[in-house]
Design a binder for this molecule. Sequence first.
Ligand SMILES: [Zn+2]
Length: 412
Amino acid sequence: MAGNSEPLSPRAKLAVTAGRAAAAVSRAAGRGSGSVIGGRVALKLDPDLLARLATHLDVVLVSATNGKTTTTRLLAEALRAGGPVVSNALGANMPAGITSALAGGSDARYGVIEVDEKYLAGVARDVTPKAIALLNLSRDQLDRAAETRMLAEKWREGLAGTEAVVIANADDPLITWAASSCPTVVWVAAGQEWKDDAWSCPSCGGVLQRPSDDWFCGECGFRRPVPTWALSGDYVIDPYGAAWPIHLQLPGRANKSNAAVSAAAAAVFGIDPKVALERMYKVQAVAGRYDVVTYLGRELRLLLAKNPAGWLETFSLIDAPPAPVLLSVNARGADGTDTSWLWDVDYTRLAGHPIFVIGDRKLDLAVRLEVAGLQFRVCADIDEAVRAAPAGRIETIANYTAFQDLRRRVGN
Ligand SMILES: [Zn+2]
């Protein structure tokens, strides 16, 4: 499959060129990298372009509510052991962004593509992937559990009969439900920290029983499949029972889970887990996430948390008290405009930390922290918060647009 076996048609070439031109204009106008507008223009000129750009690639798709950008980076690094990789590393994960990323990858052997959950089935139809990695499904902002269940159903229908090898997290009942229509599934015991969206059986609506490390439905018999790969502490256990150490520069249990799924996915492409995991060490910050920066003479670690499951994972990796914690919440378009999801997060894990609150919706967050019985201080902006924080690295946790604001402010 590698190499340029099928040259692009004149129309496809025109579409790619027009897309690049549009991207360049957009960049010149100061509207970011221009990759999405370029992809949009190109797809308008040639709707089959995505499929065409992918024909010479061995493609793997990555989707999830949390961790897909990081996993895409880890997996891309692993597959580079086998040849050049093209990837939408900056997280432009809808069809236009994916098209634009692939247009730059004519010499690549592998395409490692992060896909927004809502577009997964469509992109999978277009690019005929060799593998699809599915990590987790939980609600985003206001999406209630019922909507998450509908998304799982959409995946289940859209991926039924796919020729791709699906690598799926067996510890997530919704992922299991979504993947169980696929003919070839590699199940990975990758863990699930956030269980609030997975107490009802995706198959029959019954109550799921969740004894430790297992889950099953007492009513219809839908149950956790037997995994062939597993995350076990700091190791990935492969199907032969061999344990491979995980060494990451990225912090936290969630990233070990991402590494385990990535190792299982890399194996589909013939990359040895030892080699795959060693290469993953190279990944440092992902689009600024986890970056440690110096600002006003203080060290800040930048952590992104977009939804309740993300906040929970983030709390588990911050330094112990008395490390100061700075929280920033906005409610602009990309964040979801309703902040009631703040009530789904268990903030008691922040007890003992000096807490500073900023962002457009700092007062919503303040009310929530007050109810949780925590001590905190509301600040006008990041400068005031940083100056007020006691000694120690400041763990800075922000949702999507608040995170972008922070990165701009600290010059990262
Ligand atoms: Zn059931």
